[in-house]
Design a protein around this ligand. Structure first.
Ligand code: SF4
Ligand code: SF4
Length: 404
């Protein structure tokens, strides 16, 4: 595991445990600390132990100078933005390291920067095929194991906490927010398409998801071992990296469309194109946690007042003030609606029987899912690619000749 991954993982898990502990869940926090420390010791991997020491020192400094960011008293939007930006910075460093590793291999130089395995998260088809291999054949891929791990993580986040991954963790979602804000500086008007255009456009991401599922489901189980042992799979990540490092005209045109979409309407890329968004949207229907409006407290029903603050705060344009339960597949559990509601008991992120998850609880759940599962996978030898650099260097020299 690269140092950037180790530092992000240890910091995130220590932060989640601290949030639990200092927000009053002493036992939960102590157990989390205990489990995390045991897992760290079990790795016997000195860069991760060093990363943990650095992460603990950073948290100590944060606790000293910004105690609110650890004791669960941060405002909802501040907490979400803190986590979102932290993860985006980490992913940016991962992308730079991944690119540097790929360029060194391409130039025939023995890489002195290791490949961050979390980059395999951008191989959803490989991840899907690997999961299929595990389920149907009991076969655990050793070439890009992190792809299957990260796909599982994303699926679980959708199942448990709706599209919180999009709203709290996805770096592309955050980049889209900035593009949208930049566009709004020059063109103030909201450029929302009418519903008859919006609906079919929202269906696009589901078509893309169906295409990915078709590829994965269409591969017969007997053919999977060959695929996983083949050269194409070995360099799927390098093909992906070169696709971004040396984009062709068509790629640039696609990027331009994606950027224009993100700038045109808020969450445009997530809403219309992203197949991960579609996957999470489907999973989110199963999530027991949803935004729920309590009519006993909401100003509209309890006091007969006019209020639509929650709706106006919603980046997905969901009419929150007209719903009892927000079931929309576009809800990213960002909790902006909860943050602006003047009657605190009116809007909650809760289960049908009333169990509520605060923004701190959601942050802990999300960080634990995002990082504890990879740590567990790493401990069990299912994270680091077993393909030696020598083979990758040889294959990247012949990359254009290598097909499925
Ligand atoms: S309904 Fe609330 S939590 Fe869902 S996207 Fe809108 S503002 Fe965010
Ligand atoms: S912001 Fe709160 S009080 Fe106002 S409509 Fe929404 S849920 Fe009701």
């Amino acid at each position: 595991m690269s140092f950037v991954e180790s530092l992000t993982l240890t910091f995130a898990l220590l932060y989640a445990a601290s949030l639990l502990y200092f927000s009053g869940q002493k036992w939960g926090g102590a157990i989390a600390f205990g489990l995390f420390s045991s897992a760290l010791i079990a790795t016997l991997y000195w860069p991760m132990l060093l990363a943990a020491v650095i992460a603990a020192c950073l948290l100590g400094i944060i606790k000293r100078y910004f105690p609110n960011s650890i004791n669960g008293e941060l405002k909802i939007n501040t907490l979400r933005e803190l986590i979102h930006h932290g993860l985006a910075i980490s992913m940016l460093l991962v992308a730079i390291q991944f690119s540097a590793n790929t360029i060194m291999l391409k130039m025939g130089i023995e890489p002195w920067l290791m490949r961050p395995d979390v980059g395999d998260a951008f191989l959803p088809i490989a991840g899907g095929i690997e999961l299929k291999a595990i389920i149907t054949l009991g076969l655990w891929d050793q070439t890009h194991p992190a792809a299957a791990v990260m796909l599982t993580v994303v699926l679980l986040t959708g199942l448990l906490c709706k599209r919180a991954f999009c709203g709290w963790a996805c770096p592309l979602g955050l980049a889209g927010e900035y593009l949208y804000k930049l566009r709004k500086r020059f063109v103030k008007r909201e450029l929302l398409p009418p519903a008859w255009i919006d609906w079919p456009l929202r269906g696009l991401k589901y078509l893309l998801l169906l295409a990915l599922i078709y590829i994965i489901a269409g591969m017969p189980s007997q053919a999977i071992p060959n695929y996983l042992n083949g050269n194409y799979h070995k360099i799927a990540d390098l093909k992906m990296a070169l696709f971004f490092i040396t984009p062709g005209l068509i790629t640039l045109a696609c990027f331009a469309v994606i950027l224009a979409l993100a700038a045109w309407r808020r969450q445009g890329f997530c809403r219309y194109i992203c197949p991960y968004g579609a996957l999470l949207g489907v999973m989110s229907f199963l999530s027991p946690l949803k935004i729920r409006r309590n009519t006993q407290h909401c100003l509209i029903d309890s006091k007969g007042m006019k209020c639509d603050k929650c709706t106006r705060a919603c980046p997905a344009n969901i009419k929150v003030h007209q719903q009892i339960t927000v079931r929309s597949d576009e809800c990213q559990a960002c909790m902006r609606c909860v943050a602006v509601c003047p009657k605190k008991a009116s809007l909650t992120f809760s289960t049908r029987n009333g169990w509520q998850l605060s923004s701190t609880g959601l942050a802990v759940m999300l960080l634990t899912l995002l990082f504890a599962i990879p740590l567990f996978a790493y401990l069990n030898g299912f994270w680091v690619s077993q393909t030696p650099d020598g083979i990758r260097m040889y294959l990247i020299q012949h990359i254009n000749a290598i097909g499925h």
